[in-house]
Design a protein around this ligand. Structure first.
Ligand SMILES: [Zn+2]
Length: 267
């Protein structure tokens, strides 16, 4: 959708990715370009595990990308910046709430990283300033607390129409784009999803796979946008089964989304 993609480049051929489990259920993601040595972390829930992974890999942190201002996404900004001298990039709207922010970004901005372009996509709703970071050649999107696997974030600052618009943009990314999100909430999300769309076979299969991954203590992300579109109820307000469940027919998608989000808040 955004940026100039080169279809001849294999997904993830250029960068190495490491998922770092932090706190209880947060993820930070490290992205490393072996050619230039550039290394980014997307969100900084906790210094220790991120620093340890950098040390093990022998990578020097050059960029910190924050998706939004919540403390469990920015807590280690200053400690990492102090140790590595990394540039802190995050939503300009939340300047003042993002520790150490150097470069404020907004929708449509482009960040240069390892010779490639990171597109900034505004995805308000969870917070008003929330952004996603999209690399179209690497076929990766970092969605923070906006889109989770099989779920989505709570609407702390925005409303249903706004949040739906954000999710709708993300679901229109190419289906083979791999999505990294900010939390390991997939099983709980899947259990809710099965209550609103129990007849979705792709969802049933995904939840089984998620249970198995967790049994093996493996992460359930990244996951493709295509699989999310087939399984995540918050990306599926057109589903007749879901519309039946929330008793809403012939209304806009965002209203169905809002009803689902309200149900999930009570789940
Ligand atoms: Zn958050």
């Amino acid at each position: 959708m955004k940026g100039a993609c080169d279809p001849t480049i294999e997904p993830q051929s250029k960068f190495d990715f490491r998922l770092v489990r932090c706190r209880t259920d947060n993820y930070a993601v490290l992205m490393h370009d072996p050619e230039s040595g550039a290394t980014a972390v997307v969100d900084t829930p906790e210094f220790g595990p991120i620093d340890e992974t950098l040390r093990q890999e022998g990578w020097k942190l050059t960029h910190i990308l924050n998706t939004h201002h919540h403390h469990d996404h920015v807590d280690a900004n200053e400690a990492l910046k102090e140790k590595y001298g990394a540039t802190v990039i995050g939503p300009e709207k939340n300047r003042g709430q993002i520790p150490g922010l150097d470069q404020g970004v907004k929708d449509g901005d482009k960040i240069s990283f390892g010779g490639e372009v990171i597109d900034v996509i505004a995805v308000p709703g969870h917070t008003l300033g929330h952004v996603a970071y999209y690399l179209c050649n690497a076929k990766v999107v970092f969605t923070g607390d906006t889109l989770f696997s099989l779920g989505c974030g709570r609407m702390f600052e925005g409303d249903a129409e706004m949040m739906w618009h954000s999710l709708d943009m993300l679901r229109h990314l190419p289906e083979d784009t791999l999505m990294y999100c900010g939390h390991e909430y997939t099983l709980n999300n899947g259990e809710f999803a099965l209550t609103v769309e129990p007849g979705n076979e792709a969802l049933q299969k995904r939840v089984e796979e998620v249970r198995e991954l967790l049994r093996q203590r493996k992460p359930t992300i990244p996951v493709s946008i295509g699989l999310e579109k087939r399984t995540n109820p918050f990306l599926r307000p057109e589903s007749p089964e879901i519309r039946e469940k929330v008793n809403m027919k012939g209304v806009e998608n965002w209203r169905v989304f809002g009803a689902l989000r309200a149900l999930k808040d009570q789940f």
